[in-house]
Design a protein around this ligand. Structure first.
Ligand code: SF4
Length: 328
C-alpha cells in the first residue's frame, strides 16, 4: 500500500515539556515508521501572538529541534524543518485567502476566544496559513487533538474549494485522532509553558522533584493518613504514564490514606526521571555539536522544499499562472 503523508506542526516555544512529549511527540514518533512525515516548526504562527519581540525565536527553534531529535524523531524518517524556510507556505496562504470569506474566519472559535487581545489580520488568517501548511505537502493525515479539528476541517474545505474552482491538485486531509493522555500542570490546568506549570525535559532530576512537590493534589487530603481521591489528581495522571502498576499500587494506598502526597510525588519524580534520562543524555550530547541540529534542519528544509515546489508547480499550472517560459 502507498505510504501516506502526515504533516504535524508545533510553535517554537523552546525546550519542550512533559505535556508536549506525551500529548504530541510520542505519537509523532510512533507514526514516523508508517508515514512520510513532515514535522514543521511553525515560526510564522508564533508571530501572531509575539510579533514584537522576536529576539528569542532562533534559540527557541534550535532548542525545539534538539528536543525533537533527543526524544526520538528520526531525521532519516521525518523531515524536521522551519516553516519560514519554505517560502511556498506564504504563497499558498495568499492563494487560499482568496477562497475564503472574512465572516467564515471571524466565526472560528479561536478567533472568538482571543479577538479582544489579538485582532491583527495575521491572527484572523492563521487558520488559512495552517490550511496551507497542510495542503502544501498534500498531507493525507494531520495528527491533532479534538480542539484542533476545526482547523483540519478548514484545510479540507480549502482543498475542495481549490479543486472545484481550478483543477484537482489537493488531496483532502483528514484529522488523525489518537488517544492523547491529559497532562495537567502544577496548578491543575493543562500543562503549558506559558502558564509556567510545566516540567521541562531539560530540567535536572532535582528540579523535576522540586517542581513535582509544588503540584496540586486532592485538597481534602491534607496529610498522610487522610483518605484521598487519585482520580483528577495531576500526580496520579502522571503515575499512570510513568509508574508500572500505578492502578494497583497508588489508587488503594491513596484512598486508604496510607500513602502521603509527598511520598507519592517523590515516587513519581524517581520514575519520571528514569524515563527522561535517555532523552536528557541525548540532549546533552546534541548540545555539544549544535551544527548537527542546524544540518538536520537544513536537510529537512530541502526535503520539504522539494515536495512543496512540486505541489506549487501543479497549483500554478491549475490556475494558469505559470508565466515562465518552458525550459527546453
Ligand atoms: S497520594 Fe498521590 S494520588 Fe493521592 S492525592 Fe496525594 S498526590 Fe494525588
Amino acid at each position: 500500500m502507498k505510504k501516506e503523508t502526515i504533516l504535524s506542526g508545533m510553535q517554537p516555544t523552546g525546550s519542550l515539556h512533559v505535556g508536549n512529549l506525551e500529548g504530541a511527540l510520542r505519537n509523532w514518533i510512533r507514526l514516523q515508521d508508517d508515514y512520510w512525515m513532515y514535522c514543521c516548526i511553525v515560526d510564522w504562527h508564533s508571530l501572531t501572538a509575539s510579533y514584537k519581540d522576536t529576539s528569542g525565536l532562533k534559540d527557541a527553534i534550535f532548542n525545539m529541534a534538539v528536543d525533537f531529535v533527543a526524544s526520538g524523531l528520526d531525521p532519516e524518517k521525518c523531515a524536521i524543518f522551519v516553516q519560514s524556510e519554505v517560502k511556498e507556505h506564504a504563497e499558498l496562504h495568499l492563494l487560499f485567502s482568496m477562497l475564503i470569506t472574512v465572516p467564515t474566519l471571524t466565526r472560528m472559535p479561536t478567533y472568538q476566544e482571543k479577538k479582544e487581545s489579538l485582532d491583527s489580520y495575521g491572527f484572523l488568517g492563521y487558520p488559512v496559513l495552517q490550511a496551507a501548511d497542510i495542503c502544501l505537502y498534500n498531507a493525507n493525515k494531520v495528527p491533532v487533538g479534538k480542539d484542533q479539528e476545526k482547523h483540519v476541517w478548514m484545510a479540507k474545505d480549502l482543498a475542495l474549494r481549490f479543486n472545484s474552482t481550478y483543477k484537482k491538485v489537493f488531496v483532502e486531509p483528514e484529522a488523525l485522532f489518537t488517544e492523547i493522555p491529559l497532562i495537567l500542570g502544577a496548578d491543575n490546568r493543562k500543562m503549558s509553558k506559558s502558564l509556567d506549570n510545566h516540567i521541562p525535559l531539560d530540567f535536572t532530576e532535582k528540579q523535576t522533584q522540586k517542581r513535582l512537590r509544588t503540584f496540586y493534589t486532592d485538597p481534602k487530603k491534607q496529610r498522610k493518613g487522610d483518605p484521598g481521591n487519585p482520580e483528577g489528581c495531576p500526580i496520579y495522571l502522571l503515575h499512570k504514564l510513568y509508574t508500572p502498576g500505578a492502578k494497583e499500587e497508588i489508587v488503594p494506598n491513596c484512598k486508604s490514606g496510607e500513602l502521603g502526597c509527598v511520598d507519592c510525588k517523590d515516587r513519581l519524580a524517581q520514575n519520571l526521571n528514569e524515563a527522561l534520562a535517555p532523552i536528557r543524555e541525548k540532549r546533552a550530547e546534541l548540545l555539544k555539536s549544535p551544527d548537527v541540529i542546524w544540518d538536520i534542519l537544513a536537510t529537512g528544509r530541502d526535503r520539504a522544499s522539494s515536495r512543496a515546489q512540486n505541489v506549487m508547480d501543479k497549483v500554478r499550472s491549475a490556475m494558469k499562472t505559470n508565466y515562465r517560459k518552458k525550459k527546453k
